[in-house]
Design a protein around this ligand. Sequence first.
Ligand SMILES: Cc1cc2nc3c(=O)[nH]c(=O)nc-3n(C[C@H](O)[C@H](O)[C@H](O)COP(=O)(O)O)c2cc1C
Length: 187
Amino acid sequence: MKAEIPLFQAHRLLAPRPLCLLTVHYKDRDNVMPVAWVAPISLDPPMVLMAIHPSRYSHDMLRRSEACVLNIPGRRLLDQVLGCGSVSGSDVDKFSTYGLEAEPGRRVEAPWLTECLAHLECSVTTMLSPGDHSLFMAQVVGAWAEEDAFAGTWRTDVDEELKPLYHLGGSAFCLMGPMLEQDLPEE
Ligand SMILES: Cc1cc2nc3c(=O)[nH]c(=O)nc-3n(C[C@H](O)[C@H](O)[C@H](O)COP(=O)(O)O)c2cc1C
């Protein structure tokens, strides 16, 4: 038997997704916020889509600077993820409050979070407002990952500290289980 899922929870049927810590820089200020609603939308050029609510302090920083870094944390940063998602950068400096180490981005002005497992540097091309979140489409202009954690795909045969955090919804997360690899059927 299948239970009907309330519509406000329907998006959770499309979870989990790797949780990102989005960093932005605008007018001498840096900020960081967790973002779970991120999806790849083009291979050539490589592009991603980020859904960000206009109430977020990061929203206008991203709209104005047109650049960000999607930093992918492991579970060691779970407390910082929840902390950064519960306060606004308009009130606090989340980097010092949560002891997040930052370093300059390579190709964009937004910073890297040093302790994260991977970083995608993004340059915003388009913003749409189809619902209550703004959709930022962005070209990925550079990507870096820990060699022990990523080898063409995220590795599943590694220490749990090297796995990205997957967001199930609310304050629930999971880590990747074993990889299931199967041959494609012949044409
Ligand atoms: C796990 C997690 C995932 C989140 N994902 C999103 C998201 O995809 N889009 C969004 O607008 N807010 C998301 N949020 C909420 C923002 O991160 C939160 O409102 C944050 O405090 C905004 O920070 P800012 O005001 O400094 O930009 C998420 C929060 C958490 C804890």
